[in-house]
Design a protein around this ligand. Structure first.
Ligand SMILES: [Zn+2]
Length: 298
């Protein structure tokens, strides 16, 4: 059981509700909010040596690359759209057309490969051996298994580090942020995309919200807590961008969990509502992208 908030160090963690792991184990996990800084946390996540089995679903989408089923088809269509968007975000926020990029949590490697095709010098970190093999076989991406392995092997400093829906999985949150501060070039850019538990869809589905994804997601960020974490490690957030399309997929999954009839259409409807809500207020967006720069950079 986690007893201290990794963001502010407080030990006053209050129970919010429990969430079920619908994806793999069917087990239930407790979510807590930090009384001091508001950080939401999966309090009783399994230790690192035991969490592997919770990733072992045959259809865990970011690794298995299946195209079965309507929800997955939508996911794959949106992924193509989002790949182009991610490239634009990287090149705009770094003000570079090519450079060295470290992608952490590469998965099957679609984003990293897109950057490689645009002549970026790409390094990848991916824990799953299966996903690493896929990326090597399909895209020729040879990655390492952990950030510490990267630190040991590489003496080049990246211009950009990206984490697309990865930070919420990483147990050593503070050590990892400290690594990024050390690794990045002085004017480097750190791009972190995470689900937003303040979003329209999170509020609508509460403990059924699919992006709580316990116990694989340990940390559930809102902009306020991401700001504290960034500042604590010598970064400033220079931009926050909405990722409103995640609302469709997450809402459909949440409807599936709720076992309601017409889950696809209900999910689609909630996705549309969430999409429009985030046009008026980006903090209602299902996921958010944070652009971080070093505090002492100009
Ligand atoms: Zn806290």
């Amino acid at each position: 059981m986690l007893e201290i908030c990794p963001i502010c160090g407080s030990n006053k963690l209050n129970d919010i509700f429990s969430c079920k792991d619908y994806f793999v184990s069917g087990e239930t996990f407790q979510l807590v909010d930090c009384e001091k800084c508001g950080m939401r946390i999966t309090a009783d996540f399994p230790v690192e040596s035991e969490i592997g089995k919770y990733y072992e679903a045959t259809d865990y989408i970011s690794h298995s690359d299946t195209k079965k089923g309507i929800v997955n088809s939508v996911y794959h269509y949106v992924r193509q759209f989002m790949l182009k968007k991610k490239v634009r975000w990287v090149e705009k926020s770094s003000r570079l057309k090519s450079g060295a990029i470290l992608d952490v949590g590469t998965g099957t490697g679609y984003f990293a490969n897109t950057m490689k095709e645009r002549n970026w010098q790409v390094s990848t970190v991916e824990q799953s051996e299966k996903a690493r093999d896929f990326a090597e076989k399909n895209f020729g991406l040879i990655g390492v298994a952990s950030i510490s392995e990267y630190v040991e092997q590489s003496n080049e400093k990246p211009d950009v580090i990206t984490l697309w829906h990865v930070l919420e999985h990483i147990e050593n949150l503070n050590e990892t942020m400290a690594d990024f501060q050390k690794l990045l070039k002085p004017n480097g850019t750190l791009i972190i995309a995470v689900p937003n538990c303040n979003s329209y869809d999170a509020r609508k589905y509460k403990n059924l919200w699919a992006a709580y994804d316990v116990p694989r997601h340990l940390w559930h960020f809102r902009a306020e807590q991401m700001t504290i974490l960034a500042n604590k490690h010598g970064f400033k957030i220079t931009e926050i961008k909405p990722m409103p399309f995640d609302a469709f997929y997450i809402s459909m999954m949440s409807e599936n969990y709720a076992k309601r009839s017409f889950a696809f259409f209900r999910g689609m409807w909630a996705g549309i509502a969430g999409f429009f809500a985030s046009l008026f207020d980006k903090k209602m967006s299902s996921s958010l992208v944070y652009v971080l720069k070093k505090q002492n950079a100009d």
